[in-house]
Design a protein around this ligand. Sequence first.
Ligand code: HMG
Ligand code: MG
Length: 285
Amino acid sequence: FIPKQIELIEVGPRDGLQNEPIAIPTEKKKELIAKLAKLGFSRIETTAFVHPKWIPQMSDSDEIAYYCNELGITYIALTPNLKALDRAIEAKVPQIAVFIGASSTFNKKNINKTTAESLMECKPLFAKAKDHHLFVRAYISMAFSCPFQGEVSFEEVQTVCDEFIHLGADEIDIGDTNGQADPKIVYERFSRLRYCYPDTTFVGHFHDTRKMALANTIAAIQAGITKFDSSVGGLGGCPYSPGATGNVATEELVDMLSRMGCETGINYEEVKKVSEFAKGLSSRL
Ligand code: HMG
Ligand code: MG
């Protein structure tokens, strides 16, 4: 089964660039965001209000947010804690994203708290975000496997999912953060999630570490998922996930889906050009 339409959420400026070891000038990031905005994405994840010591590449988040406001685009910014949320509210961000690892070891390395501690911290965060009428995207990272603990069980994913839904997440983003999932587990996990939570909107977030991200997308579509994150040029990687490579490349997804008659609203030739520009920003390619 192939749906008529898929929403692609471009995460290149955030997930794509966060792992770049050399500071990319803010002006270049703005140029990338402007080019992406012209392509017609419904939403772009543009920055993260994280600690600059932890993720130096995102230290210009205020300036990026102000620029996105000027452009008038719908964008998402990561807010891992209350301090981040306050910064995002101050910057007038329209959509925020929280992220919790289903694997506690990873969560501790990534945001310095166990999964249980992060879930506790989410309560006041969601309450405040809702008070400010913000759309809340909630990521479950390492939702299939983890570089530190190995296999991640469905129950571990469910623990985080239950709480996110209870707190009122507007969408839940299932991340194959280290790119180790295969189409079988993707199909099974998304089918089960859709069965357990029929009223919840899920998003697929695949990394292409083992070149299975396109196959995993098709598997998730078969399980009924119609929203996916991707990154132009396949840039990306989480600094706290050793060996994890880029997100699925937006241009590859657009090419595959349009050949199958599935509308994404994005033109392949145009996105290819932006992908070349994005790759030029990376010091690792
Ligand atoms: P922490 O060090 O535990 O924070 O960092 P703390 O609460 O102990 O506070 C220590 C100091 O940091 C204090 O300052 C705070 O004010 C300050 P001091 O009093 O010492 O002067 N502080 C902050 N400053 C700026 N912005 C903030 C902030 N919070 C506290 N938001 C924190 C905790 C969450 C901030 C840190 O661990 C962090 O920034 N982590 C970011 C990790 C990250 O961005 N990882 C990559 C994204 S996740 C990912 O890639 C996966 C995903 O793509 C999904 C997938 O691929 O599957 C989403
Ligand atoms: Mg990611």
